[in-house]
Design a protein around this ligand. Structure first.
Ligand code: BEZ
Ligand code: FE
Length: 296
């Protein structure tokens, strides 16, 4: 009879299932990997024990994940969409960006950020397709002590009036429609012209859209303008500003809305000022400051 070495959890049993799997990890492995995999195995086994799926249900779960992988390409990341719609992206962000120091709050980056958009002088109109209700955005970049920051960059992007980003409609929208980088002046001020953002659905023609529908949830994101704001020596902020009249503020598909990010979009009826801005009257105006924390 062969001699056997003693191990604490040699054979699989439902009661000790997670311990059995965890005990198989080697002794000489990365400690962070051990910590992460121990937690993942523990929670996954607890989940399965709570849900008690039958074989058909477990196969359906695996097929869902398979479809999610097949749907993903360089420009369509269905797993990120899954993380976004289950609130995990915002949770990771909350864990890593709990400023509590008066800095502008972060929110989700989203998949439609484009590197190297055009740099424009202040006042430029980034709406290149002429659709939508005109909006002027004006404000300052400050540090958490209230000092204006000169030379900060404000990278803005948003959908057009039809609810699509330029990269979703190549050949339909002008390239770099509704994107641009502005730089603050000596008083920390920036301004640009655009259109009032509107709500739009996240890409919902894949497995994540099917899951949302099955859960009785809608695909719409609350209307927003995205911003990435940075300045030397200060923490970068990736954020949005939301108009207060959007009907999807409380049901945003990716949980990206924070109360502090709802802006005061004013509907302005001033023909002379509209003409000066090159806008039709009435138009929208938003005053919006960004506050950045000192870099750690
Ligand atoms: C966005 O705001 O662009 C976005 C965020 C998460 C998922 C899809 C879109
Ligand atoms: Fe967006």
């Amino acid at each position: 009879m062969a001699t056997r070495t003693w191990t604490k959890y040699p054979y699989f049993e439902e009661e000790t299932s997670a311990d059995v799997v965890i005990a198989r990890m080697g002794t000489d492995i990365d400690p962070r990997l051990r910590q992460v995999m121990t937690a993942a195995i523990t929670h996954l086994h607890a989940f399965v024990k709570e849900v008690r799926p039958n074989h058909k249900e477990w196969l359906a779960a695996i097929q869902f994940l398979t479809r999610t992988g097949h749907m993903s390409t360089d420009w369509r990341q269905e797993y990120i969409l899954l993380s976004d719609t289950l609130g995990v992206t915002m949770l990771v962000d909350a864990i890593n960006n709990s400023h509590g120091d008066g800095a502008t709050e972060n929110t989700i980056l989203g998949p439609f950020y484009v590197e190297n958009p055009p740099h424009y002088p202040n006042g430029t109109n980034i709406c290149l397709d002429g659709k939508g209700e005109p909006l002027v955005v004006r404000g300052r970049v400050l540090d958490t002590d209230g000092n204006p920051i000169a030379g900060a960059t404000i990278d803005a992007w948003q959908t057009n009036e039809d609810g699509f980003y330029d990269v979703q409609q190549k050949g339909v929208q002008p390239e770099m429609n509704l994107r641009g980088i502005f730089t603050t002046d000596a008083d920390g001020r920036y301004w640009f012209r655009t259109v009032k953002p509107r709500f739009y659905p996240i890409p919902d023609d894949g497995p994540v859209g099917q899951l949302l529908a099955a859960m009785g949830r809608g695909p719409n994101r609350a209307a927003h303008i995205h911003f990435k704001v940075k300045a030397p020596g200060l923490e970068e902020v990736i954020t949005h500003v939301f108009p207060p009249d959007c009907p999807y503020l409380e049901t945003d598909a990716v949980f990206g809305v924070k109360e502090t990010l709802i802006g005061d979009f004013r509907h302005v009826d001033d023909a002379a000022e509209a003409a000066r801005l090159g806008f039709t009257n009435p138009y929208w105006a938003l005053d919006w400051d960004f506050t950045l924390a000192r870099a750690k």
